[in-house]
Design a protein around this ligand. Structure first.
Ligand SMILES: N[C@@H](CCC(=O)N[C@@H](CS)C(=O)NCC(=O)O)C(=O)O
Length: 223
């Protein structure tokens, strides 16, 4: 049974929505999940997030919160017990937020064109994405997880890479996170995906693969 009044509006293939599900699962909070058709958004979604009209939206006790990273921080504050998500130390918290911003602003922008390019253009995009991820990888130095010994805020924010990136690599024929180029990141992929709360929320790989294949074909044919 979902805890009274905890609802997530999402879309099954979204790498942003899963952050919210991971945070709730790590806290042991049960929730009701509503899958949206983003081409035909529900009246509830538009009412709860009239500004950006995007998922995820968390509704807690009737009150909506939007933006995945803000929702993850909210969950940590609203359910203080259980698995801690944000680092306890203010400096560590600032560092986690810094790297999360870097990953969102720089790495996601560097990764996206892999999907829409081929040949030499794609190889250059891959090199740039690897440079970006290499910089991010430094935050893993000497740690099992970005959060230290356990999954934390930054793991949740960049965790989508572990499940989505291999799918994007397969669909686009590119190789980004390899043992040679990004060994710490590659090893972390395995450790992160082995965490029960993480694994339990993952979308089916074959379904994700089919959806991404169709999307790439559509993007390449309209380029
Ligand atoms: N910065 C937002 C991004 C959310 C986002 O881009 N959501 C996508 C799905 S992954 C969406 O709702 N797209 C529908 C639209 O743009 O209308 C977050 O982290 O929550």
């Amino acid at each position: 049974m979902a805890e009274k009044g905890v609802k997530v509006f999402g879309m099954w293939a979204s790498p942003m929505v899963i952050r919210v599900e991971w945070a709730l699962r790590l806290k042991g909070v049960e929730y009701e999940y509503v899958d949206e058709d983003l081409a035909n958004k529900s009246a509830d979604l538009l009412r709860y997030n009239p500004v950006t009209k995007k998922v995820p939206v968390l509704v807690h006790g009737g009150k909506p919160i939007a933006e995945s990273t803000i929702i993850v921080e909210y969950i940590d504050e609203a359910w203080k017990g259980g698995h801690p998500i944000m680092p306890a130390d203010p400096y560590e918290r600032a560092q986690a937020r810094f790297w999360a911003r870097y990953a969102e602003d720089k790495c996601n922008a560097a990764l996206y064109p892999i999907f829409t390019t081929t040949g030499e253009a794609q190889r250059e995009v891959v090199r740039e994405a690897q440079r970006c991820l290499k910089t991010l990888e430094a935050a893993l130095e000497g740690r099992r997880f970005f959060g230290g010994d356990a999954v934390g805020y930054l793991d949740i924010v960049v965790g989508w890479l572990a499940h989505w990136l291999p799918v994007i690599e397969e669909v686009s024929g590119a190789s980004v996170v390899t043992d040679e180029e990004l060994p710490l990141m590659k090893a972390w992929f395995g450790r992160f995906l082995a965490v029960d709360a993480v694994r339990a929320a993952l979308p089916d790989r074959d379904r994700l693969l089919a959806a991404n294949k169709a999307r790439r074909e559509q993007l390449l044919s309209s380029a």
